[in-house]
Ligand binder design. Sequence first.
Ligand code: ASP
Length: 334
Amino acid sequence: MARPRICLLFAGGTIGMVRNKRTGALQPAESAVDIVASFPEIKKLVRLDFKMVVNIDSSNMTPVHWTQIAEKIHALYDQYDGFVVAQGTDTMAYTASALSYALQNLSKPVVFTGSLIPLNEIGSDGRNNLIYACMTATLDIAEVCMVFANAILRGNRAKKYHESFVAVFHSPNYPALGELGRPIALHDWRKKRRKRVLKFNPNFDPNISVMKLFPGFDPKILGKVIERGAHGIILEAFGPGNVAFLDESSIIKQIEKATAMGIPIVIANQMEKGVTNLSAYEAGYNAHKAGAISSKDMTTEATVTKLMWALAKTKKLPEIRKIMEKNLAGEIEE
Ligand code: ASP
């Protein structure tokens, strides 16, 4: 049987970095190190092609890069059995979430990976991560996922957690999709390879704000963000989505004002393993009554990218509410 065809898209990160001799800090190599040459044995398993997208620290990635990656995959979609995207870990959960909305109804896997140590340094985790990501791209999976240290996570459920080899990412509100052990175990069978029509929609509106509430948060700051013309606002609230509603610290008037102006206010939460529930307390229910939308069990990364994606599609508040509260790509449990 012919070996599966896999396309490796390179979008930067530590995996392709070198150390600056003067400062000791890691920075992108001038020409990306020969990534594919670092794991030649993969050729026994797959026919691998390499495509360069960009070579930057992922802190410099913007929605423009997400669109570029989605467009590349879309253009090459029929030529490959699976895709691997290598990029920096710092914003990987955002890119993976964004791609899960841009490329819905996938019939094959799009697998994100990267490394904590550059490929050209001793003890790099990059080699193994690339090998396991390529193996995952051949498996019976049809969604955007992430591979680190042998674990396969759903891309829009993952969060950067640690800078340790065993747990760079975790998936606080959804079980791992599988482990690349002996044997390979896939746990989630809902998104198997099958012929489906790809829904390609790679645009994002980055004009949003994300604000973390804290005791003493001045509601006027939220008012200023609304006035400056943000198209949408995410508030990381307390507990399961509670906000101040008493006296001068109340933000309810601001939520009402934004809603009246057609600006979506999405309430997320600050808990690591948290689910937003706006009917648990009066402090959340008041926000709901004022028009706020719940992020439910989405990660902040999945919420941010979904709001940008929704705003690129429509500016109508009832439609945005519908999109935000509906499951599009496994990011939310309905
Ligand atoms: N700063 C790097 C980046 O996100 C970290 C990494 O690659 O792990 O590009």
